[in-house]
Design a protein around this ligand. Sequence first.
Ligand SMILES: *Cc1c(COP(=O)(O)O)cnc(C)c1O
Length: 225
Amino acid sequence: MIHDSPDIAANLHHVFDRIAAAGGAVGRDPGTTRLVAVSKRHPAERVRAALAAGHRVFGENRVQEAREKYPELRREHPDLELHLVGHLQSKKAEDAVEIFDVIQSVDREKLVVALARAAEKVGRTPVCYVQVNTGEEAQKGGVTPGETAGLVARCRELGLPVRGLMAIPPVDEEPAPHFALLAELAGELALPELSMGMSGDLEAAVKLGATCVRVGTDVFGERPA
Ligand SMILES: *Cc1c(COP(=O)(O)O)cnc(C)c1O
């Protein structure tokens, strides 16, 4: 019955159980991993179902889509928290600062400069995570591991609060070594937040210290094409 709506409350419950089980296996308190429910390409009604189930933290990967979907949801639930998890063009920095609370995809100097300027102009400063391209893939956003400290420092110089690192491992590789590398980098830089793990690999991420997992499919169902 592909047209049935997923039971989003049950899905959320199941994902939280997975987080608790993976964390429990390594002695972590389940409250130390947050779930960002990634709603990209899903209609606002599915986000409303998650809100009705008590969830408040969401992610989108495109500024335009978030602008269309979220202002009304935020009016309904002012305590909603929205994360940008996809590539951000510098020219959209102002829009992004207006709508997102956390920008997880800060990945280059030019964007840092644009975000700092936008924050000043809009009077609203998002929390930033630096995205690290742990697999050093040509097509993927993010700084290399070796460039991470430099971009974190640049954010701080320009007044952007950097709280963590984010990574998306290569699809065709074992994710755990990438999560371990991200955790090591965050430790070296004394950054408290580690955004890693998605529907297919959140257990490995939680075991290696994720403070934030980004889950789309296993919360909202398959994305429409
Ligand atoms: C879409 C997306 C996710 C969620 O992926 P699922 O496999 O559907 O859980 C997580 N992180 C980023 C950056 C994404 O773009």
